[in-house]
Ligand binder design. Structure first.
Ligand SMILES: *[C@@H]1O[C@H](CO)[C@@H](O)[C@H](O)[C@H]1NC(C)=O
Ligand SMILES: *[C@@H]1O[C@H](CO)[C@@H](O)[C@H](O)[C@H]1NC(C)=O
Ligand SMILES: *[C@@H]1O[C@H](CO)[C@@H](O)[C@H](O)[C@H]1NC(C)=O
Ligand SMILES: *[C@@H]1O[C@H](CO)[C@@H](O)[C@H](O)[C@H]1NC(C)=O
Length: 361
């Protein structure tokens, strides 16, 4: 009896975390459905707001966009020691020369980072970074410690840098350095959006009504003093999202009146967006945490996929191979790809990638 009861108690704790907090947050999200009051409790004076993220730049390239038509300013959030990841990105999806040659547009890839948190290693790594930057001239570094809890500082860096040095870019993307971005697919869809004169755009993998995590042992632990409500405003997964230039300006302006001590950067972006009056749109081919299945029918549509520290080279090669283009065209192509994608994406209990909806798009 005791044994059963204690098992139940243990399970209940799990249920509590998973079910109750989500029920609370969803009802909050869908009944209240407005988070106007949040920005009030985060708003601070302009002087206080600008004191957040006000660190000197150690590496910078202010003239990177000057005098050029920039379709996309692409920030890759990286850390000082991730040399190999940056190198892999430069030679695959972040290759600006390739994009210019194949698609005829300017994409500017900027790696953003803080300083190495370990004081003993910092000097040596800093020297390596300077050497790397001499060759590639694409690092922007500010003097804050590059840690998980300082990610919001990196967010401020991106929007402030963009406003100061590349305000004419038509779109801005923020991406982690361990994701894969199918840049040709992304650029083509941005070209279409640009031709339509789209504004107010913020796309990615959207989290709606996500509950703050109150377990102290979690990486995403959120103290009640910092965020008291039972649900976050809608936001896109920080791994990869795109905003139009007008939204980038509005977010920048929002950062000038908000308390940026909330350390989860994508949630903070949601708060900025409330203040700016912008809301995120779901795009089924932006992955949240999951890896996309490996298949040409997926490559034809994919935008981002997560968790590719080791196989960006392979994925870039297969995903941009000529035979991928138009694989789903025609009646039989469409039928074939829909069937394949249903098989890959619509399995029960297999949710860590694109949603089943993507099979039909
Ligand atoms: C909060 O956001 C709402 C909705 O955009 C806006 O009307 C209001 O002025 C904002 N309040 C503050 C204090 O920024
Ligand atoms: C980038 O693409 C260009 C054009 O396709 C190619 O010549 C170059 O080798 C690529 N750069 C890297 C670092 O792979
Ligand atoms: C963030 O960076 C600042 C400046 O380097 C540092 O003082 C602070 O301890 C860092 N915060 C965390 C949580 O790492
Ligand atoms: C910002 O918020 C934190 C945590 O809620 C609080 O401790 C701090 O005093 C606030 N800063 C300002 C300038 O209001």
């Amino acid at each position: 009896m005791c044994c059963v009861l204690s098992t139940l108690m243990l399970c209940w704790e799990q249920v509590e975390h998973h079910v109750v907090s989500h029920m609370k947050s969803y009802s909050y999200r869908y009944l209240i459905n407005s988070y106007d009051f949040i920005n009030e409790s985060f708003s601070v004076s302009r002087a206080e707001a600008t004191s957040f993220g006000n660190f000197p730049y150690l590496l910078d390239h202010k003239d990177m966009c000057r005098g050029k038509d920039v379709l996309l300013l692409l920030f890759v959030k990286t850390s000082p020691e991730n040399f190999l990841r940056r190198q892999a990105i430069r030679s695959t999806w972040g290759n600006q020369t390739y994009i210019k040659k194949e698609l005829g547009v300017n994409v500017k890839v900027v790696f953003v980072m803080g300083i190495h948190p370990d004081g003993h290693k910092r000097d040596a790594i800093q020297k390596q970074l300077q050497a790397e930057d001499q060759i590639h001239r694409d690092l922007v570094q500010q003097a804050f410690m590059d840690t998980f809890h300082n990610l919001t500082m990196k967010l401020l860096l991106q929007f402030r840098w963009a406003h100061a040095n590349c305000a004419h870019a038509q779109f801005l993307m923020s991406a982690d350095d361990d994701i894969f971005v199918h840049l040709p697919n992304l650029v083509r869809s941005l070209q279409e959006l640009s031709a339509q004169g789209v504004v107010d755009l913020w796309v990615g993998h959207v989290h709606r009504g996500a509950p703050p995590i109150r377990r102290k042992d979690s990486k995403y632990y959120m103290p009640v003093q910092m965020y008291q409500w039972s649900s976050y405003p809608d936001y896109t997964a920080g791994a990869g999202y795109v905003v139009s230039g007008d939204v980038a300006t509005k977010i920048y302006q929002a950062t000038l009146s908000l308390n940026a001590s909330l350390h989860i950067d994508d949630v903070f972006m949601g708060i900025c967006a409330i203040t700016a009056g912008v809301s995120p749109q779901e795009h089924v081919y932006f992955s949240g945490e999951g890896k996309a299945p490996y298949h040409p029918c997926i490559y034809e549509k994919m935008i981002t996929s997560h968790g590719h520290e080791n196989d960006v080279g392979y994925l870039w090669k297969v995903a941009t191979a000529p035979e991928v283009n138009g694989i789903s065209s025609g009646f039989f192509g469409k039928l074939y790809c829909t069937a394949v994608k249903i098989g890959l994406l619509c399995r029960p209990y297999f949710t860590n990638t694109y949603s089943c909806k993507a099979a039909f798009l």
